[in-house]
Write a protein of this length. Structure first.
Ligand code: BGC
Length: 425
């Protein structure tokens, strides 16, 4: 099923509720910030809950034809038995406003944050997590269905699990392999159930086609020592685990992790397209199979200085070829692809401009080689709250002043010109 068969190549900015809205006191990230677990507070963020009209106007002025945003579960369902219709109407109005500005709304249901009532019940570890997420999806689509066609159920399940349940640096701060596996299973099931709920709703309400995926973080992994068989082997294993496992499970309808899990999912195929977020490459080496590093170790970048042409404020390598390689790797799924995030944190506009041009050129090359890429969403439209890194990393096409003033950066125009040139928009 494709809704964008007739649509032009989509391009625009991406964001998530907690990072831009401001004042989300009912979710677990706010709680984490208040507990002092990170030295930053999201506070008013970009004031976008109130100022989204202005932001869509900017995006439209820049020529964008799509915008990705997330709905905040803790606003929509502040308590387990309480729905906030005002918040639901707000997000519906946001999607309408996007359309009025010629922006295709692409809506994420879960982007890292959870309502506190859900967390108190055990969050994504709870046996009820899947049903809770399904109810939230159902309620949200009742309101947004008539306006939205493209959905992302869950943003970066592997990153969420890694940070929150393996490394424990993000809420809920758990460090456990068993918990990580449990959350992964719950998130796979939650995605499938949400996919089903969304499709059923569009069918019953005769709303036309709907396009559902998740946003999967992909990383280009290369062996630290290419001549080492062990490095090559562990790199391939890590790449399969991190990049492919989720897409394979959701397209084959079963989840298979040798020695740990084997189970069928309720649907065989629950991806209408493949949403990918790409940022960087990591080098992997095999030294020891400790419990903490069963998939090898990320090797220090100092060993690769001669190959690395640039890094970002996040310390990530700038590696546009990696996006191309990941895109070619997705051809085997035979599905359309949407780049749901790609971007750079930098203070240097000329670095951002060349980042955008180089990544998009590789996207165009992948398209020439048969990858069906339908869109590119730059992370992010506006500088925003970068989780445990606070407000220092500047990912935006638009800068954010102390009182929330918006200032368009030069790279914003480069994104538009490059997309127009390469994708005939
Ligand atoms: C996440 C965003 C984050 C961005 C930059 C992605 O992994 O979805 O929330 O801001 O990366 O770190």
């Amino acid at each position: 099923m494709t809704v964008s068969g007739k649509q032009p190549f989509l391009f625009g900015g991406a964001a998530s509720s907690h990072q831009v809205e401001g004042n989300n006191p009912a979710n677990d990230w706010w709680d984490w910030e208040m507990a002092g677990k990170v030295p930053f507070r999201s506070g008013e963020a970009c004031f976008q809950y109130e100022r989204y009209r202005e932001d869509f106007e900017i995006a439209a002025k820049l020529g964008h034809n799509a915008h990705r945003f997330s709905v905040e579960w803790s606003r929509i369902q502040p308590q387990e038995n309480q729905w906030n219709e005002e918040a639901l109407r707000h997000y519906r109005e946001m999607a309408r406003e996007a359309r009025r500005h010629g922006l295709e709304p692409i809506v994420t249901l879960h982007h890292f944050t959870n309502p506190m009532w859900f967390v108190r019940k055990g969050g994504w570890l709870s046996a009820e997590a899947v049903a809770d997420f399904e109810r939230f999806t159902k309620k949200t689509v009742e309101f947004l269905g008539p306006v939205v066609r493209t959905w992302i159920t869950i943003n970066e399940p592997m990153v969420y699990i890694y940070k929150g349940f393996w490394e424990g640096t993000w809420p809920p701060g758990v460090q456990s392999a068993g918990a990580s596996l449990r959350v992964l299973r719950n998130m796979l099931h939650a995605h499938v159930r949400a996919y089903w709920v969304l499709h059923r709703h569009y069918e019953l309400e005769r709303l036309g086609p709907v396009w559902v995926s998740l946003a999967k973080h992909v990383i280009q992994f290369d062996p630290c020592r290419p001549f080492s068989r062990k490095d090559r082997w562990v790199t391939a294993l890590r790449s399969w685990f991190f990049n492919d496992l989720v897409f394979e499970a959701l397209t084959n309808g079963y989840f298979f992790l040798p020695g740990f899990a084997a189970e069928f999912l309720p649907l065989r195929d629950s991806l209408d397209y493949l949403g990918i977020n790409y940022y960087f490459r990591d080098f992997i080496r095999f030294d020891r199979m400790t419990a903490k590093d069963p998939l090898g170790e990320i090797c220090n970048k100092d060993h690769h200085q001669s190959e690395i042409r640039g890094t970002t404020q996040m310390g990530w390598e700038v590696r546009p070829e990696g996006l191309y390689q990941r895109l070619l790797g997705l051809r085997r799924f035979g599905k359309p692809v949407m780049i749901t995030e790609n971007g750079i944190a930098t203070l240097d506009e000329s670095q951002r401009e060349s980042y955008i041009i180089n990544h998009l050129s590789y996207v165009a090359q992948a398209v020439k080689e048969g990858v069906d890429v339908r869109g590119y969403l730059y992370w992010s439209l506006i500088d925003n709250f970068e989780w445990d890194k606070g407000y220092d990393p500047k990912f935006g096409l638009v800068g954010l002043g102390a009182r929330g003033e918006r200032k368009i950066k030069s790279s914003a125009h480069v994104l538009t010109e490059t997309c127009r040139k390469l994708f005939q928009i």
